[in-house]
Design a protein around this ligand. Structure first.
Ligand SMILES: O=C(O)CCC(=O)C(=O)O
Ligand SMILES: [Fe+2]
Length: 425
């Protein structure tokens, strides 16, 4: 083991570089120069192959980012930021400035006054699977009027409970262990925080682990906590179960859109599934922060499993923030931007956010169904006609271009993203 101290003269900041073997030394220095331009300060540790496997500020807040370079997913990247869980562990009363939202963005108690019923629709998956037409009609209305619904009778209860426990176990690991799975500088997978694109951007009260879960050949196992007993098997099983639920929804939405039941699944091309596992620490001042800023999902659909006891997810409905009250073991499904485009605006991708609470941390896991990179987000022909359904969405936008566009920006609601897919007026 070799330790070297280096000084960055331009910034006068001390770096500590630890190399696991002599061979990695050159790579260390190269890596250091390369990283200076981006991150400027920190302690770097390199693994045996010479990749940077650790980064932390010397004497400052401990960052979550880990830099292990490979090609990444090609989706984009997010800057390394401190772990919120660690901030709370060190001083639960302290809300660093970077997390305090601007006045107009803070959650207000008056936000929750909904002018209509605040019960989002409940859909019975077993009825959908039996071809029940009334249930399919309910799904149609849910996707048009709410863009959100809760699925019951999905048959995945066991997998769901195990998955939540596995996610809790991951976030219970010591920071030094979690950091081994930190996001690389060129990827959105791993442990860290999403959509951080600038040093002065306000941050969310959230730590996350994002993994591509399906198909298996798309997984990047360096981000998977394989030392955690059973984690991989539990997530694998859950990924399959949740995909079965997603496929049933696609089959029903296909029929509702006037095409064969296999159509939407096929439309995804080389589809992927990514699971964002969220950890929201409790917060001394929930009125100042947001767990997740308002956004719409860039998936076709998202299937979310949340804590059964804490109401935190809110959706924008008829101008108000409506809380999604958890139903034990239900799966919350929402329409993403891709489905809004494919359906030519019939089904709505809805802005949503998550708030925090004083008492307890909250865990959620959002499984995003993601089309292949080259898939175009053209509205289905059956959803465009000369009479009632004028074309709203463009032809020819590739999914990867759209996704890169959304990931290069901080989360700032829905409009900015969906406009990219729409025809100019
Ligand atoms: O935790 C939640 O309830 C929402 C999470 C979410 O919207 C997301 O991960 O995209
Ligand atoms: Fe979301």
């Amino acid at each position: 083991m070799l330790f070297i101290d280096l000084y960055n003269r331009t910034k006068s900041i001390k770096f500590t570089v630890e190399c696991s073997q002599q061979l990695a030394l050159n790579t260390c220095i190269f890596g250091l120069l390369y990283l200076n331009g981006i991150l400027c300060s920190g302690a770097l540790r390199f693994d045996r192959g010479g990749a940077v496997s650790d980064f932390s500020y010397v004497g400052g807040l401990v960052n979550m980012g880990t830099m292990q370079e490979d090609e990444g997913l090609g989706f984009g990247s997010s800057l390394p930021v401190p772990s919120v869980q660690e901030i709370v562990r060190n001083d639960a009363k302290n809300i660093p400035e970077r997390y305090i939202k601007n006045l107009e963005d803070r959650p207000k108690s008056s936000d929750n006054i909904c002018p209509v019923s605040d019960d989002i629709p409940i859909i019975n998956l077993s009825l959908l699977a039996q071809g029940d037409e009334d249930e399919r009609r309910k799904l149609d209305i849910a996707c048009q009027e709410w863009g959100f619904f809760q699925i019951i009778n999905h048959g995945a209860d066991g997998g769901l409970t195990k998955m939540k426990a596995a996610v809790a176990e991951f976030f219970d690991l010591p920071l030094s262990e979690k950091k081994k799975y930190g996001m690389a500088t060129n990827d959105v997978q791993g442990y860290g925080q999403g959509y951080v694109v600038s040093e002065d951007q306000k941050l969310d009260w959230n730590d996350l682990l994002f993994l591509i879960t399906l198909p298996p050949n798309f997984r990047n196992m360096k981000y998977w906590p394989l030392t955690l007993p059973g984690f991989k098997e539990t997530i694998e099983e859950y990924a399959k179960e949740i995909q079965r639920v997603a496929d049933e929804i696609f089959a029903n939405l296909s029929l509702l859109m006037g095409v064969e039941s296999y159509f939407l699944k096929q439309m995804h091309g080389d589809a992927k599934q990514g699971i964002r596992m969220n950890y929201y620490p409790s917060c001394a001042r929930p009125d100042l922060v947001l767990g997740v800023s308002p956004h719409s999902d860039s998936s076709s659909i998202t299937l979310l499993v949340q804590d059964d006891e804490i109401t935190a997810l809110q959706i924008k409905h008829k101008g108000a923030w409506v809380p999604v009250k958890p139903i034990p073991n239900a799966i919350v499904v929402n329409i993403g931007d891709v489905m809004e485009a494919w359906s030519n605006g019939r089904y709505k991708s809805i802005e949503h956010r998550a708030v925090t609470n004083v008492e307890k941390p909250r865990i959620s896991a959002a499984a995003f169904v993601i089309p292949g990179n080259e898939v175009e987000l053209n509205p289905l022909k059956t959803m465009v006609d000369d009479d009632g359904r004028p074309r709203i969405f463009k032809n020819g936008v590739k999914y990867i271009d759209y996704l890169r566009y959304t990931l290069a920006k901080k989360m700032e609601g829905k409009l900015a993203n969906i406009e990219y897919l729409k025809l100019d007026n």
